[in-house]
Design a binder for this molecule. Sequence first.
Ligand SMILES: O=C[C@H](O)[C@H](O)[C@H](O)COP(=O)(O)O
Length: 258
Amino acid sequence: MSDTLSPIDTAKFVAAKRAVEFVEDGMKLGLGTGSTAAWMVKLLGERIRTEGLRVTGVPTSSRTAALARQVGVNVVSLDEAKWLDLTIDGADEFDPDLNLIKGGGGALLQEKIVATASDQMLVISDISKQVETLGAFPLPVEVIPFGWQTSKALVEEALSSMDVLGETSTLRMNGDRAFVTDEGNHIIDLHLQRIGNARQLSLVLNQIPGVVENGLFIDICDIVIIGHGDGRVEARDINTGAVEEGHVELAESDNIFL
Ligand SMILES: O=C[C@H](O)[C@H](O)[C@H](O)COP(=O)(O)O
């Protein structure tokens, strides 16, 4: 498909390219975080430049905010925007019900707030993130720094009484220091292999003192666009059951990204 992109990156690119076609003039958008979402932000910038598309964007991280400004998106805060038409974001895993694990890049808290404040959430992904049951990807849990070791112990205690496989948890590191999120918090990654009842697990985790949010997105995502390395894209809408299959051709203008 592309001489310069790996099949996985091509898959992410074509999913992002199909996703920005969902954007209409005047929309207020949630802008996700991660490598797939970054393609989407760049392609949105391209539509703004070439078509004069007018959109307002609420970024879900400082990284995305910087990129969005760079490519010409009118960036506002969520409180200014109040409510969004559409959020487009990546995911670490999605299951057949379009429940997700997110937060591999540490942006789950803002991502969940922004997606929840949107009429629709559209996830863009390469096919490798599709799973039958969530849980192989480590589940991120954001905790405040105060007493994080206690919160971690409480999380492990809660897991031991639940139907989950594997119960180890690790503090996410950035080199030799604890990873710090945009909100100044830490991330505990749960290595579960299998999550029994994801809705229940999410509720249990969020009741633990010190836990701010977890990376399970239950009943939040409406549409997934799955990209393939050969340019095929598949869009699934969980609300209507509609499945659309297509192929994204790389245009001459895409060369600026590749
Ligand atoms: O915190 C990061 C986000 O949840 C990302 O959307 C997720 O990790 C997927 O990232 P990528 O598109 O880079 O695989």
